[in-house]
Design a protein around this ligand. Structure first.
Ligand SMILES: Nc1ncnc2c1ncn2[C@@H]1O[C@H](COP(=O)(O)OP(=O)(O)OP(=O)(O)O)[C@@H](O)[C@H]1O
Ligand SMILES: [Mg+2]
Length: 271
């Protein structure tokens, strides 16, 4: 179980997260949305024990998080974060060593490391630039390397902070496939993103934050139907929800589902 219980976090005297009680274990994919600066990345750093709340707790496996070095190392094998900025988590200049680093750290056998690195690089479509020095990669390529670095740990919880920012459309589609695959293996994903259409499509539950407070939460179809609240949070409704609420089209979860339903509808003759 990964959750927060009345969590307050302040930078200096400035409250950033205000009494958040969130549960990321209830659904396979939980989304976190809110305007710039509302506290999403700060929350992720609290969840992985990088930052420590001044009040309230992060709950891990039914207990308040233990901040000893040993416990945090164990936590980070089970709760892995892909940070918003890939430079924050890439340490080596060669990709293979960088991705293998965390596995060597916990003593995974070399043959197993080679297999996992190979799989992860294929999954994020990074094989074509695998042998380039990391400092020569584009932002989107570095992002793919950072995602591969998290995937190899095969953690129970994968926290993705803006995973598609800087990715091209193919990268975005791969991300959707990747998340579905991780979930199919019985793991949980927490995803923060400004790509509201992606959040709507992939999440089973959504938390909406506004200036560090929980504004609303629930199933994506219900949450994003509340237009006034969504706009109050500085967000916009997903396009599939707009088509439903503005024009009365059926509420569909994905573009493909929408087109399939439209094609199946009887065509009216123009008079
Ligand atoms: N190291 C820091 N010291 C002081 N204040 C900080 C620090 N890091 C972030 N903040 C402040 O904390 C608030 C929340 O920042 P955070 O990065 O968590 O927001 P976010 O929701 O992830 O935003 P974005 O959508 O832009 O990624 C912001 O007001 C930010 O200015
Ligand atoms: Mg952020």
């Amino acid at each position: 179980m990964l959750a927060t219980d009345n969590l307050w976090f302040r930078y200096q005297d400035e409250p950033i997260l205000k009494g958040l009680s969130l549960d990321f274990s209830r659904q396979p994919v939980t989304g976190l949305v809110g305007a710039n600066g509302c506290g999403k990345s700060t929350l992720f750093m609290n969840l992985s024990g990088i930052l420590r709340p001044q009040q309230g707790t992060v709950q891990w496996q039914g207990k308040p998080l233990d901040y000893s070095k040993r416990a945090l190392l164990a936590l980070r094998q089970q709760v892995t974060t892909v940070f918003q900025d890939p430079d924050q988590q890439i340490f080596y200049t060669d990709i293979d060593s960088d991705i293998a680093f965390s596995l060597r750290n916990i003593g995974v056998p070399e043959a197993e490391i080679a297999r996992r690195v190979e799989d992860a690089l294929t999954l994020v479509d990074a094989q074509s630039f695998r042998h380039q020095p990391i400092q020569c990669l584009s932002h989107g390529q570095k992002k793919r390397v950072a995602i591969a670095g998290a995937l190899v740990l095969q953690a129970k919880y994968l926290l993705l902070d803006e995973p598609t920012a800087g990715l091209d459309p193919a990268g975005r589609t791969q991300m959707l496939t990747l998340i579905r695959r991780i979930v199919a293996q019985g793991n949980h994903v927490v995803i923060s993103s400004h790509d509201i259409d992606l959040i709507y499509e992939i999440c089973d539950a959504v938390y909406v934050l506004r200036r560090g407070e929980l504004l609303t939460h629930g199933a994506p179809g219900e949450v994003f139907a509340r237009r006034a609240l969504i706009e109050e949070a500085g967000l916009t409704q997903p396009w599939l929800v707009k088509l439903h609420s503005e024009l009365g089209f059926p509420l569909c979860k994905s573009e493909d589902e929408f087109y399939a339903r439209m094609r199946a509808m009887p065509v009216k003759e123009a008079s």
